[in-house]
Design a protein around this ligand. Structure first.
Ligand code: GSH
Length: 201
């Protein structure tokens, strides 16, 4: 049985969305980021980084949300995992790109622009993160001007991985990036995405 560790209010929503797309049974331990449990030996044996998500798939343990989703889609022979080697490579590209160009930046921006209590927000930190987000959004906008989806003719793990990381984008003003805004809505309007979102909100 697949066991997913991580609150749906964390990056674990990415893994939950994938499991729901695949329709596979799973157990869920909604441990919160930085909860005391994540600093204990049993959890650190699963993820020595002390972070979520992490999965235990019948004894196979894997951390890093992008790798987890690529693994699950491939393991279950899902149509979300591109068969064409070039499309497959694009799924790797966009997943790695998101981790490099957007992942921490969007969390930092969201925290300091909308999530933290106002007294704990730092406008300069939000602005610095935004400076990095703008060129990354431009890259996505250009890519989505050439094709409806990121890795091949259909929605795939590439779209899921990037769109799930852009959860905060759903409540941001994306008027400057209309194709990105439209793609984000298309991704998050999938039934599995709605179910994952409902677990969080
Ligand atoms: N690159 C990792 C990032 C994981 C991550 O930073 N998770 C956060 C929650 S969203 C966490 O567990 N933070 C706790 C900590 O930093 O101690 C992934 O995508 O899985």
């Amino acid at each position: 049985m697949l066991r997913i560790y991580g609150s749906p209010r964390s990056r674990a929503i990415r893994t939950l969305w994938m499991a729901l797309e695949l329709g596979i049974p799973y157990e869920h331990d909604p441990v919160a980021p930085r909860a005391p449990e994540t600093r204990q030996a049993a959890f650190l044996a699963l993820n020595p980084n002390g972070r979520v998500p992490v999965i235990d798939d019948d004894g196979f343990v894997l951390f890093e949300s992008m790798a987890i989703n690529l693994y699950l889609a491939k393991k279950h022979s899902s149509l979300l995992y591109p068969r064409d080697p070039q499309h497959e490579a694009l799924a790797w590209q966009w997943s790695l790109w998101e981790t490099d160009r957007l992942d921490r930046q969007i969390v930092t921006y969201a925290n300091h622009a909308m999530v933290l209590p106002e007294a704990e927000r730092n406008a300069a930190t939000a602005a610095a993160a935004w400076q990095e987000i703008v060129p990354a959004f431009d890259v996505l906008e250009t890519a989505l001007g050439k094709a409806a989806w990121l890795a091949g003719p259909e929605f795939s793990v590439a779209d899921l991985n990037v769109a799930s990381a852009l959860y905060r984008g759903l409540t941001m003003d994306l008027a400057r990036w209309p194709r990105l805004a439209d793609w984000l809505q298309r991704c998050w309007s999938r039934p599995a995405a709605k179910q994952a979102r409902a677990m969080r909100e």
